[in-house]
Write a protein that binds this ligand. Structure first.
Ligand SMILES: CCC1=C(C)/C(=C/C2=NC(=C\c3[nH]c(/C=C4\NC(=O)[C@H](C)[C@H]4CC)c(C)c3CCC(=O)O)/C(CCC(=O)O)=C2C)NC1=O
Length: 169
């Protein structure tokens, strides 16, 4: 598992280079955003159930077929599995936010996921939509809490969405 610092070290070590200006800038930007990253992770931890619930409600409002007979989230078991998956995405996104790196998502979440989803008929489009909705909810909470630049929150959610979405094409 990698984070912003170990990724950078690895990249420079591969070619036997000392850290240069670009590396120092990257490190500085990571450490400068450190307090905000931890603050957002704390907010996610404290509001995880509510975030998943809100995002799930919005998703099912937008794509009501999911909950109808024939829909993939139809039946209590599959509905719960869907919300559980959203909770996985949120929790791992909070790890990636703190790490400043999306590697944890590749290793712990995305590996083999598309195959599993395809074999169970879990639709990718609405899953990606659910991830994007959670991103918006987390950003709104962070903005409300006074975090000036919430742009760094995009990365883990976009990584999940992109990886799931693209590979399905
Ligand atoms: C931590 C890493 C990790 C992930 C990501 C994960 C996902 C995951 N989601 C699954 C199922 C599922 N996932 C969904 C999700 C949805 N259905 C929809 O219509 C919605 C679009 C969507 C919710 C947003 C559903 C309904 C199932 C059950 C499908 C079935 O059994 O028929 C399964 C199959 C096994 C099971 O049911 O538990 C896995 C492995 N498991 C993991 O360990």
């Amino acid at each position: 598992m990698k984070d912003a610092v170990t990724s950078l070290i690895r990249n420079y070590d591969v070619s036997g280079r000392y850290f240069d200006r670009a590396a120092m800038d990257a490190l500085q930007s990571y450490f400068k955003s450190g307090n905000d990253r931890i603050a957002v992770a704390t907010m996610v931890t404290g509001n995880a159930a509510a975030i998943v619930k809100t995002a799930g409600a919005t998703l099912f409002e937008t794509v009501p077929e999911l909950l109808r007979p024939g829909g993939n989230a139809y039946t209590t078991r599959r509905y719960s599995a869907c919300l559980r998956d959203m909770d996985y995405y949120l929790r791992y996104a909070s790890y990636a936010l703190v790490a400043g790196d999306t590697n944890v998502l590749d290793e712990r979440v995305l590996q083999g996921l598309r195959e599993t989803y395809n074999s169970l008929g879990v639709p990718i489009g609405p899953t990606v939509m659910g991830i994007q909705i959670m991103k918006d909810v987390v950003k709104a909470i962070a903005m409300e809490a006074g975090i000036a630049d919430v742009g760094f929150i995009d990365a883990p959610f976009d990584h999940l969405a992109r990886d799931l979405g693209e590979k399905n094409l």
